[in-house]
Design a protein around this ligand. Structure first.
Ligand SMILES: [Zn+2]
Length: 298
């Protein structure tokens, strides 16, 4: 094949392949300088802060006025499917309405005449990430995954959970799904080849990383480090912020309003730092504060 033709073919499916290690094929996006938290006046805080990272990736931050956990949700669009990662916390969370409005807005802008099917996956099974599941199940063209390990394995096609890394195709956009049990048995990370973003759920975020099973947690961080070593990672994005902007300092458990919170985005360096901390502690996890997060025994 002629070199030009090869180049054109590669360019045509650039987002289905892994991005070039130099980052040249990563589709860019932006993150806000600050996020809503939960106050000081709850009457003025929207239910969700909806941030358009780029036209095909939305990041939603739930208000701390609905639930102090104020988790982050992620909505990806490909040519054939949308994927929502998590559904929020607390009984009053309006995930179904907010996400269906966003899907309609995206479809209109994309000039779609047929509805886009959506899949709802979870970072893990804990209730502060699944509270909007019933609302999502009530929407048309929507598949909501179960939260147990067997459901996650079967849907994504894991054969050797959690060691194998499987792909999920959204249509011109491949997501790599990585099993990362240790915080919770069904935890998954998602690497988006299009933007280079790595979603890590409650396993890695600027806050308290609760380790339920230390050897399994360490193996999961090792897997993330190994997987990302030859790929561009633009941001490591988790599902909470509990850290303050002051190094080493976290907000108290249950804090609703965090006017000086840490930024959401972490990076691959944080994965290396966590791995080093886990190796230092071995199986006996204690409270271990790092600059941007704290490892916690559970
Ligand atoms: Zn959580």
């Amino acid at each position: 094949m002629k070199p030009l033709l090869i180049t054109l073919l590669l360019a045509g499916c650039a987002y289905a392949q892994f991005p070039e290690p130099d980052g040249g094929t990563v589709k860019p996006g932006t993150l806000p300088a600050t996020w809503i938290t939960g106050g000081p006046n709850c009457l003025e805080v929207p239910e969700f802060q909806v941030h358009e990272y780029n036209p095909d990736l939305f990041i939603l931050r739930e208000s701390g006025c609905i639930n102090y956990e104020k988790p982050f949700l992620y909505l990806f669009f490909g040519a054939e499917k949308a994927l929502l990662y998590d559904t929020g916390a607390g009984q009053a969370v309006p995930t179904g309405r907010v996400v269906s409005d966003l899907i309609a807005k995206w479809a209109k802008r994309a000039g779609r005449t047929t509805p886009i099917p959506s899949v709802v996956a979870h970072s893990h099974a804990h209730g502060d990430h699944t509270a909007g599941d019933a609302q999502m199940k009530a929407l048309p063209n929507t598949t909501v995954l179960g939260t147990d390990v067997a459901s996650v394995q079967t849907f994504f096609g894991f054969k050797d959970w959690p060691k194998d890394i499987v792909q999920f195709e959204l249509g011109g956009r491949v997501l790599d799904v990585i099993g990362i049990p240790g915080h919770e048995v069904a935890s998954i990370a998602i690497y988006d080849r299009q933007t280079g973003v790595l979603l890590t759920g409650d396993t890695v975020y600027p806050g308290r990383l609760y380790v339920r099973d230390a050897p399994t947690f360490t193996a999961s961080i090792e897997r993330l480090v190994e997987f990302t070593k030859d790929k561009p990672v633009t941001h490591v994005l988790g599902t909470h912020i509990e850290q303050s902007a002051t190094p080493f300092l976290d907000y108290k458990v249950g804090t609703q309003y965090q006017p000086n919170e840490h930024k959401l985005e972490l990076n691959r360096g944080n994965l290396l730092e966590i791995l080093e901390a886990m190796h230092t502690m071995g199986a006996k996890v204690r409270r271990y504060a790092l600059r941007d997060l704290t490892v916690y025994p559970r």
